[in-house]
Write a protein that binds this ligand. Structure first.
Ligand code: F3S
Length: 278
């Protein structure tokens, strides 16, 4: 059985940067270090940090003994910065620069009187953060939402969650275009996501089975699985090598592996190793 790992798999630049910030802070500070939400959608990395004393805070208003608060790559809305200011908390802002760009476009569009449409998953923390900059009229369109003349204003600006699929962004643009009088579009899907999706799609075309590695709660990993299935190939989403089932590969000559933005390279290598043993 031939095993091919997709190019662009594993930690992206923004996730690497946030994790580095968390480990560096754990080295320097003795106590009171929290991340606002899990630093990445990967339980193995989160528990390694917990072992170093970095705890997870559910919301910035919590009254725990917070001395240092690390903001993860997803970013946050302005309300979070307001809620920690004046409380003697040192903020380490690891918001990915690509997310900052999306936030800044949302803010500018809103200020200039555009209704902001965010193409993304409403419940995702990155989208929640961007919404904080996008004004009262902002709406979120996910993959199953459709634009109609009641929900669209005359001046509209479209931006995207950085890890959104290009097809969903394109579909929303096509739906909004005939309804809006003026339309501005910022393609804020980040370069790492574009490369990951492109390489995964290309690999899925040429293998019998795809294994998609990443946290079960990672939306960008689930999107990779959808992308593979859309190419007509069987795709299995796993978090660790132990979940691999030999029967998935009964007739497979070639197996592709890809991983989400928060999947460590060592887990991908472990999956490849386990597959070789099978
Ligand atoms: Fe940043 Fe893109 Fe990663 S937005 S956190 S480089 S997936």
């Amino acid at each position: 059985m031939k095993i091919i790992i997709s190019e662009g798999s594993g930690f992206c630049f923004g996730v690497k940067r946030a994790i580095q910030a968390a480990f560096d802070t754990a080295d320097r500070e003795k106590s009171g270090v929290f991340t606002l939400g899990p630093i990445i959608h990967n339980p193995q990395v989160v528990s390694r940090l917990e072992g170093l004393g970095v705890r997870v805070l559910d919301n910035a208003d919590a009254t725990d003994d917070v001395r240092v608060l690390i903001i993860r790559s997803h970013g946050v809305g302005p309300d979070v910065y307001e809620s920690v200011s004046g409380r003697g908390i040192r903020v380490i802002d690891a918001t990915c620069p690509f997310v900052k760009t999306a936030q800044s476009h949302a803010e500018t569009l809103s200020r200039e009187g555009y209704q902001v449409i965010i193409v993304g998953d409403r419940a995702h923390p990155e989208v929640q953060g961007i919404l904080g900059y996008a004004g009262q009229d902002a709406v979120v369109f996910g993959k199953d939402d459709h634009a109609d003349r009641f929900s669209i204003k005359r001046k509209v600006g479209i931006i995207s969650q950085t890890t959104q699929s290009f097809n969903t962004l394109q579909r929303v643009i096509e739906e909004v275009l005939p309804l809006a009088g003026e339309l501005r579009i910022f393609n804020t899907i980040c370069n790492a996501t574009r490369k990951r999706q492109y390489e995964t799609g290309k690999l899925a075309e040429s293998v019998d089975v795809m294994v998609v590695v990443g946290g079960k709660n990672s939306a960008n990993t689930r999107r990779l699985q959808n992308l593979c299935e859309a190419q007509g190939v069987s795709a299995y989403h796993i978090e660790t090598a132990q979940e691999l089932q030999p029967e998935w590969f009964n007739d497979a000559q070639t197996v592709g592996i890809t991983g989400g933005a928060s999947t460590p390279d060592w887990i991908i290598q472990e999956v490849a190793e386990h597959l070789r043993e099978l």
